[in-house]
Design a protein around this ligand. Structure first.
Ligand code: GLN
Length: 494
C-alpha cells in the first residue's frame, strides 16, 4: 500500500524523499501493472524532469505547494499541454492525434501545487459509459479481479489509484463517472458541486452536468485535492464565486447532531446484498458518531435515468458536433467525386465508436422539431422535480413539504446497485448498462456534491469485490460532506 498523497507531499517537503524517486517508483509500478491498461500515455521523461526541478526548488529553499512531488494520473479528457506532449484523446479514435495547445485549469492547479503528472488515464470514449469498455484503446481491467470492469467512465483513473500506482487522480463526473468507478475499485471519489471546479479544458460531454473531481484512497486526500482545484476561473463562466472554506481545516470536527437522510429508494431490493449491508454499516458508523439517521423520500428519483439519458445525450449531440474532421478530429480520406457532406459523414463514421454514435443519434432525435417537447422538455421538467426533491430533503424547519422529512445535512445511498460486473457482461444491452447509474445521475441533474466511500466487500464467484455508499450534500457544502465522509470511512474501517 503506497502512502497517501498528503503523507508523500509532507515527506517531499521535509526532504525525506525526493520527488524524482517518487516519480521513478510510480513509473515502475505503472509498468508492472501494464496489463490493467489504466494509462493511455505515460510521461517518464517529463515526469522525472518536473520532479527534479521540484527537488531543486526545495534544495534552494523555495516554497512548494501542498501536493509537492505527488505522482498523479489525469483522465484523458482533460487537456494537458507541454511539457507533457499535449495528446488528449478523450478515449476516442477521432481525437487519437489531437494535441492540446493548453492545459485544463484543474490540471494546472494540480501542477502549480507541485503534483507530478505520471500519465493520462484511460476512459470510456467521450466519458460515455459505466464500465471503461467503450474506450477506443481497449478496456481497463479492475485491479481486484482482472476479469471484471473497473467502472466508468473514469476507468483508468480509478484503476491507477486502486492498484497503488498513484495516490491521486483527476476524473470527471457527468452522471457518476468519478463515483461509480471509485466504488468498483474500492477507493474514494468526489464529485464536487456543479461550478465548484472549472471545466475549462475538459472535453465536454454534457455541459450542464459535467464536473471535474478527485479520485483518491482516502477522504483526506480527496479533500486536499479539492482544496487545490476548487475556485472561480475566468475561463469558465459557470465556475462559481461562492467562497471556498478549506475542507481540510474542519475535516475532524465532530459530526454529532448532523442529520442524515436515507431515501426509501436507496433500500431497493435490486441492490446486491453486500451493497445493502454496506449501506447499513455506513448508517451505523454515522449514528455511532452521534448523527441522527432518518428515513426520507425522493419521490421522483425513479425518473432519474430517463431524464438523464435525454438531457445528457441532447447536450452531447450538440457538443460533439464540433468533431467534423475539419475543425476538430481525424479527417477521413475521400474518394474522387465525394464532397463536404461525405467528409463529415465518413470522418464521424470512422472516428466515433458505436456507443458515441448511438448517443449522438438519440440526442439529435430528442432535440428535433416535433420531438423536442415530448422528450427534451419533459426531461427538463423531471430534472426540476428531482432537484426539488433534494431541496425539500435539505430544507431546514423540520419538514420538507408534502409531509416529507427535511432538515438533512447529507443524504446517504448506495453508489451503485452492485459490485463490479464482468467484462462483456452488459456490453450487448445498453439499457442494462444505463441502469447501473440509477443512484448517481440524479445528483448531477440536481448539481449537488457527492462522495463515494467504500463500505465493505462482496464475495462473488470466488472474487472479493469492494462495495460503496455515497453521501450527497447541499450545494457548496463540501466541507461538511467531507467531514461526514471521513466519519463514515473511519467507522466502517474498510
Ligand atoms: N455512465 C454515465 C453515462 O454514460 C455517466 C458517465 C459520466 O459521468 N461521464 O453517461
Amino acid at each position: 500500500m503506497t502512502p497517501s498523497a498528503r503523507a508523500l507531499a509532507a515527506d517531499v517537503r521535509a526532504r525525506r524523499r525526493s520527488a524524482a524517486d517518487l516519480a521513478r517508483e510510480a513509473l515502475d509500478r505503472a509498468h508492472a501493472a501494464r496489463h490493467l491498461n489504466a494509462f493511455l500515455d505515460l510521461f517518464p521523461d517529463a515526469a522525472i524532469d518536473q520532479a527534479k526541478r521540484l527537488d531543486a526548488r526545495l534544495a534552494a529553499g523555495e516554497p512548494v505547494g501542498p501536493l509537492a512531488g505527488v505522482p498523479v494520473a489525469i483522465k484523458d479528457n482533460l487537456c494537458l499541454a507541454e511539457p507533457y506532449g499535449g495528446r488528449t484523446t478523450a478515449g476516442s479514435r477521432i481525437l487519437a492525434d489531437y494535441r492540446s495547445p493548453y492545459t485544463a485549469s484543474a490540471v494546472q492547479r494540480l501542477l502549480d501545487a507541485g503534483a507530478i503528472v505520471l500519465g493520462k488515464a484511460n476512459l470510456d470514449e467521450f466519458s460515455m459509459g459505466s464500465s471503461g469498455e467503450n474506450s477506443a484503446f481497449g478496456p481497463t481491467l479492475n485491479p481486484h479481479d482482472p476479469a471484471r470492469v473497473p467502472g466508468g467512465s473514469s476507468s483508468g483513473a480509478a484503476a491507477a489509484v486502486a492498484a497503488g500506482i498513484v495516490p491521486l487522480a483527476l476524473g470527471s463526473d457527468t452522471g457518476g463517472s468519478i463515483r461509480q468507478p471509485a466504488a468498483f475499485c474500492g477507493i474514494v471519489g468526489l464529485k464536487p458541486t456543479y461550478g465548484r471546479v472549472s471545466r475549462y479544458g475538459l472535453v465536454a460531454y454534457a455541459s450542464s452536468l459535467d464536473q471535474v473531481g478527485p479520485l483518491a484512497r482516502t477522504v483526506e486526500d480527496a479533500a486536499l485535492a479539492l482544496a487545490v482545484i476548487a475556485g472561480p476561473d475566468p475561463h469558465d463562466a459557470t465556475s462559481a464565486r461562492a467562497p471556498i472554506p478549506d475542507p481540510l481545516a474542519s475535516l475532524d470536527t465532530p459530526v454529532a447532531g448532523a442529520t442524515i437522510g436515507i431515501p426509501r429508494q436507496a433500500r431497493s431490493t435490486a441492490n446486491h446484498p453486500a451493497v445493502a449491508a454496506g449501506l447499513e454499516r455506513a448508517a451505523s458508523a454515522l449514528a455511532d458518531a452521534g448523527a441522527r439517521v432518518i428515513d426520507i423520500d425522493l419521490p421522483h428519483a425513479d425518473r432519474g435515468i430517463a431524464a438523464y439519458y435525454i438531457v445528457a445525450l441532447a447536450e452531447a449531440s450538440s457538443n460533439l458536433a464540433r468533431f467534423d474532421g475539419v475543425r476538430y478530429g481525424r479527417r477521413a480520406d475521400l474518394e474522387a467525386g465525394q464532397g463536404l457532406d461525405d467528409l463529415y459523414a465518413r470522418s464521424r463514421a470512422e472516428g466515433f465508436g458505436p456507443e458515441v454514435q448511438r448517443r449522438i443519434m438519440l440526442g439529435t432525435y430528442v432535440l428535433s422539431a416535433g420531438y423536442y417537447d415530448a422528450y427534451y422538455n419533459t426531461a427538463m421538467k423531471a430534472r426540476r422535480l428531482i432537484k426539488q426533491d433534494f431541496d425539500a430533503a435539505f430544507a431546514h424547519g423540520g419538514t420538507g413539504g408534502a409531509g416529507r422529512a427535511g432538515g438533512c445535512d447529507a443524504i446517504l445511498m448506495p453508489t451503485a446497485p452492485g459490485p463490479a460486473f464482468r467484462l462483456g457482461e452488459k456490453t450487448t444491452d445498453p439499457l442494462a448498462m444505463y441502469l447501473e447509474d440509477a443512484y448517481t445521475v440524479t445528483i448531477n441533474l440536481a448539481g449537488l456534491p457527492a462522495i463515494s466511500v467504500p463500505t465493505g466487500w462482496a464475495d462473488v464467484d470466488g472474487s472479493r469485490l469492494p462495495v460503496a455508499a455515497q453521501l450527497v450534500g447541499r450545494p457548496f457544502d463540501e466541507p461538511r460532506l467531507l467531514r461526514l465522509a471521513r466519519t463514515l470511512e473511519r467507522g466502517v474501517g474498510f
